[in-house]
Design a protein. Structure first.
Length: 261
């Protein structure tokens, strides 16, 4: 299992399953998004992209992003504010621009920039003891990285505005009710819940998974989206993965092996 050495995160990749994992590792600071930590998150996703570039097909089928200790991330490192620094926006783009599915595994605090980072993941699972919010208004600033708009896209404009202007914190049950999460469970079941989901996603044809996520994020007119969907569909129908899936279905044989070609 390939690993890379970082100071503020743990990084690994399972070649057999195609699943990569990143864990924020500043537990004493509740995984606050310091400048060095953000730089390593960006580097981590670049490393996954390099694995894809070097592979014959798709190497990375999914990435799980989590945090060590009592937080996914409690947000910006406020100690850096006095130095005029803010959370670099490229840390959010690292997750949102990665071609494959990214799953946020949230156990504990998920606040401010930490919530924005989770919103940039494709899917979010949380333990019952997790806590969410955009507290930036209390510091006289806005949520960085387009956080308000991203939250509005996930749970609706009215609720997102309420949370942004009050700085209200809300628990995992409310996050689930608001539609922020794919799943919620007790903390001791979170690993199994996420692994089961990731295993299912990683077993699908990776080009189709990536095209589906790409289309879901497409924010143009309905006509434009339909044209884009047809373009993606034509490309997928010419893929080896599609041919293998159809052949297995028609012949009722063994499960096909997908290579991302």
């Amino acid at each position: 299992m390939p690993t890379r050495e970082f100071e503020y995160i743990d990084w690994e990749f399972d070649e057999e399953s195609g699943v990569g994992r990143v864990r924020l590792a500043r537990p004493d600071a509740l995984n606050a998004l310091s400048t060095p930590l953000c730089a390593e998150i960006v580097e981590a996703f670049e490393a996954f992209a390099e694995l894809d570039d070097e592979a014959d097909g798709v190497a990375v089928r999914a990435v799980v992003l989590g945090g060590e200790g009592r937080a996914f991330s409690a947000g910006a490192d406020v100690t850096e504010f006095a130095e005029g620094r803010t959370v670099p926006t490229d840390v959010y783009e690292a997750a949102s621009n990665f071609a494959g599915p990214v799953v946020a595994k949230i156990d504990g605090y998920c606040l401010g920039g930490g919530l924005v980072l989770a919103l940039d993941c494709d899917f979010r699972f949380a333990s019952d003891r997790s806590e969410f919010g955009l507290p930036e208004v209390g510091l006289g600033i806005l949520a960085s990285g387009g956080g308000i708009g991203k939250l509005a896209a996930a749970i609706g404009s009215t609720r997102a505005r309420e949370l942004a202007v009050t700085g209200e914190r809300f628990d995992a049950e409310r996050a689930d009710e608001d539609g922020l999460l794919v799943g919620r469970c007790p903390a001791d079941e979170l690993d199994d819940r996420v692994e089961s989901f990731v295993e299912t996603v990683a077993a699908q044809p990776p080009l189709a998974v990536r095209a589906t996520l790409d289309l879901a994020a497409f924010h143009e007119t309905a006509d434009g989206a339909r044209l884009y969907e047809r373009r993606l569909d034509r490309r997928l129908r010419r893929s080896d993965d599609h041919e293998a899936a159809v052949r297995a279905f028609l012949e009722d044989g063994e499960a096909p092996t997908f290579h991302g070609r």
